[in-house]
Design a protein around this ligand. Structure first.
Ligand SMILES: [Zn+2]
Ligand SMILES: [Zn+2]
Length: 308
């Protein structure tokens, strides 16, 4: 089960009831965060989640509304007695940007590992999360992310029995290791069924729509995407500043055949977003307005239905 919370839904500046766009997920005791602008740590507190298990922080890009909250979060993680290393992922320049912010948070009880990106796509496997970062189209280098929890096939008792392999080896095969017994090698594929459908979440802000976003979001259970503007007359502004409208996000969600779309990164001028949703749902019916603190537990398909 992947537990996630959209901590904030604002773009550009935090507002009293709209923190800056950020996402936090929890899986198997490990937390991951994407972006942390000013005030994000207050949103984490409001949600009641803990800072200590944050193992990974991913950055989409280095505009202040996506990263300026980092020094405070690092200090709070330090105050929570974290000592395990933290992995940070972001576009090229990551270490320089984070080190500059660290001049006001120099002493931390944990180390930071940097994963800097410069290719069109990067894939990382950390703490059970498969993280795919992909370039998007903003006015500076920016990446979107897909977070997947993969799931192996079922252990096939009949197959294992027919191999006449003692039962005490089964567990190791099931966990993905090969074993040797009486001079023969046994590999997991000999006893495991086909890989089962896992959990997939995609996150994209700030960008114009691109075919690559659609390809990477394809088949996601949940697609969280910016909708900076809802008013039709702001389409030109979206193009000029390399952002997206509600309708563009919905079109991508439809094309990517995602389970659900949550809109986020709203312009500070956007009020009463709900009145535009009728139009948005004509393009993609399962589109919802993101709200600060909006959460869901995404389960493996055959375990339970997703709950919003
Ligand atoms: Zn932004
Ligand atoms: Zn930006």
């Amino acid at each position: 089960m992947l537990d996630l919370c959209l901590l904030g839904t604002g773009g550009m500046m935090p507002l009293p009831h709209r923190w800056l766009t950020s996402l936090m997920t929890r899986y198997n005791g490990s937390s991951l965060m994407i972006d942390c602008g000013e005030g994000t740590q207050i949103a984490v507190k409001e949600k009641g989640w803990s800072f200590k298990p944050i193992d990974i922080i991913c950055f989409t890009h280095y505009h202040a509304d996506h990263i300026s909250g980092l020094p405070g979060i690092l200090l709070t993680m330090g105050n929570a007695q974290r000592t395990e290393p933290l992995t940070v992922i972001g576009p090229k320049g990551l270490e320089r940007v984070v080190s500059a912010l660290r001049t006001i948070a120099p002493e931390l009880p944990f180390s930071i590992e940097y994963l800097e990106m410069s290719e069109q796509e990067h894939i990382f496997d950390i703490k059970g999360y498969k993280i795919t970062a992909f370039r998007v189209n903003h006015n500076i280098v920016c990446y979107g992310y897909s977070i997947e929890i993969l799931r192996s096939g079922r252990f096939d008792v009949e197959k294992a029995t027919s191999l006449q392999l003692p039962k005490n080896y089964w567990n190791r095969l099931q966990k993905g290791s090969a074993v040797e017994h009486e001079g023969k090698c046994y590999t997991p594929d000999m006893v495991m069924g086909k890989a089962r459908r896992g959990i997939k979440l995609s996150y994209c802000t700030d960008s114009r729509p691109t075919p690559s976003i659609v390809a990477h979001a394809a088949g996601s259970d949940l697609f969280i995407c910016e909708g900076m503007y809802a008013e039709k007359e702001k389409e030109e502004k979206a193009k000029q500043y390399k952002h997206m409208t509600f309708y563009e996000a919905a079109t991508m969600a439809r094309d990517a055949k995602v389970g659900e779309l949550w809109l986020t990164h709203f312009s500070p001028s956007l009020l009463g977003g709900e009145r535009y949703m009728g139009q948005v749902r004509k393009i993609f019916p399962k589109a919802y307005l993101g709200k600060d603190g909006k959460s869901v537990e995404l389960d493996f398909a055959d375990e339970a239905e997703s709950r919003v």
